[in-house]
Design a protein around this ligand. Structure first.
Ligand code: ZN
Length: 490
């Protein structure tokens, strides 16, 4: 035996002992690229926007293959069906429910992507992954717990009840259905799927918490038992995928015990429960990228449950995930000069944009959310306005028809200091994507920005207008940058 070979056999014995000491070998992890390819191959093309009601998903439920068993659990207050879809032949039961808050649909979209994936052919490149899940798990999905809320794209159901505070009181039919679904199925794992607002960041960083995770507490003391521990470990595997895909964009949700909530009670009732909250990501107003992240981490988690890979992770790695913080603004302008009653000072201005729907079209409205020293905040977009002063926009009050306002006229007005234009009453509510504030009616538009007021003003340097902030959107007057969302005539 040569020295090299002796060394190799010595090494293999050492490796064997090392593995033996580690106990059963850790199953292979899923490659992030595989998860991404699965999304590209299988995502549901008929859903492209995050606002939709039951009518959108009804045909997608009806037309599933025999791989799924479809059951109507009951009906919402207004009589819309609440469906459960069941898949798999395995012994480990997993319940996944989405959209108990009607305007939180990001994960719902991902579930329909996942259904397409699970129905895929036994001959495709994902067949082994799919059969590992099918043979080991019994999955039950409730894709839309609150269809009446979804219809109006509102959080609560039509009784005004927050279903996630109705786990115990059981005042709503939807809340009763969800609790009964758990009791009937007795799942070992539960996925509680939500959206959070886009202003959450990973604590201490400017990165949005694009996904936040939580293994909810089951008591006030926030103790860790075997049930909660499994949820924590499963989250560690999901976080691994996310850190590769969107480094730093993960937050850990607050684990204060909420005695009325479903997640906390599921954990208490013995189901290892994982909360996923979809937050924000730059330039993703329809959350289609975040939908993909949901697909990837849920598929990864199902695989890791199927092969028990999560057992190799630690609670410490769960606690190492940064906490959620809420320090983001849509637009943060730092160090601009302004005055109040002749008193000159420097300030930061933080702007957040609320979303409004009209006929299924998404509009934004920018408001000043905070004013003063905002050095502890971050912005999706930030501008250091040192050396610049705030200037009020002028109003063009000769009434115009929206149709007569061309893009070049709009830019000319904006560059000459006219930011608001009065539009005839008939055009009220109409959408536009011009860099102006358009309003109708006789009352002059208030163009003085202030706390909780609309965010419309200019930034000037050495007597020249540099930037315009129109309805909360920053516009570079030199480069004619445009606004990413539609506005409407007010
Ligand atoms: Zn929610």
């Amino acid at each position: 035996m040569t020295t090299d070979l002796r060394f190799l056999s010595f090494l293999s014995i050492v490796m064997f002992i090392f593995q033996a000491c580690q106990g059963p070998q850790k199953p292979a992890m899923l490659d992030r690229a595989v998860l991404e390819e699965a999304f590209i191959e299988f995502h549901e093309h008929s859903i492209t926007k995050r606002r939709f009601g039951y009518d959108k998903i009804a045909p997608l439920i009806r037309n599933r293959t025999k791989a799924f068993q479809n059951e109507i659990l009951g009906h919402s207050v207004e009589g819309r069906p609440v469906h459960a879809l069941t898949y798999g032949e395995g012994g480990v039961k997993v319940l996944l429910w989405s959209q108990m808050h009607g305007n939180e649909s990001t994960a719902t979209m991902a579930l329909f992507d996942l259904f397409n994936f699970l129905e895929g052919s036994d001959n495709d490149p994902f067949a082994e992954l799919r059969s590992t899940i099918r043979q080991n798990l019994l999955l039950r999905f409730i894709p839309m717990v609150n269809p009446d809320g979804a219809e109006r794209f509102q959080r609560r159901n039509i009784q005004h009840i927050d279903l996630n505070r109705d786990a115990i009181r059981q005042s709503s039919p939807e809340g009763i259905l969800l609790r009964e679904a758990r009791e009937a199925f007795q799942p070992e794992f539960g996925f509680n799927l939500h959206d959070q607002n886009i202003y959450y960041n990973a604590q201490g960083t400017s990165r949005p918490a694009t996904i936040s995770v939580l293994a909810p507490a089951y008591n006030e003391a926030r103790e860790i038992n075997a049930v909660r521990s499994k949820a924590m470990k499963l989250i560690v595997g999901m976080n691994r995928v996310l850190q590769e895909e969107v480094p730093g964009h993960v937050g850990k949700y607050n684990d204060t015990f909420e005695p009325r909530a479903f997640g906390d009670n599921f954990q208490k009732w013995g189901t290892s429960t994982i909360l996923i909250e979809s937050g924000g990501y730059p330039d993703d107003p329809e959350k289609q990228y975040i939908r993909k992240l949901n697909f990837m981490i849920i598929l990864n988690a199902l695989y890791e449950i199927a092969v028990k890979r999560y057992e190799h992770f630690t609670e410490e790695d769960y606690f190492a995930i940064p906490d959620n913080d809420s320090k983001l603004m849509d637009l943060l302008i730092r160090n601009l000069s302004t005055e109040a009653a002749g008193y000159l000072y420097q300030t930061d201005i933080g702007i957040r944009r609320s979303e409004q729907y009209q006929n299924d079209t998404l509009f934004a409205r920018g408001n000043v959310s905070d004013w003063g020293d905002l050095s502890v905040y971050y912005g999706y977009q930030e501008l250091d306005a040192s050396g610049m002063s705030l200037v009020h926009g002028k109003i063009w009050d000769k009434e115009m028809a929206l149709a007569d306002l061309t893009e070049s006229t709009a830019w000319e007005m904006l560059q000459q200091g006219y930011m608001a234009v009065r539009i005839r009453e008939q055009d009220k509510g109409k959408p536009y994507d011009l860099p102006l504030v358009l309003y109708s009616g006789d009352r002059a538009r208030n163009m003085s920005p202030g706390l909780d007021n609309s965010a419309d003003f200019y930034l000037e340097k050495a007597g020249e207008l540099q930037y315009a902030v129109v309805n909360g959107f920053l516009i570079d007057l030199k480069n004619r940058s445009s606004t990413p969302l539609l506005q409407r005539v007010e």
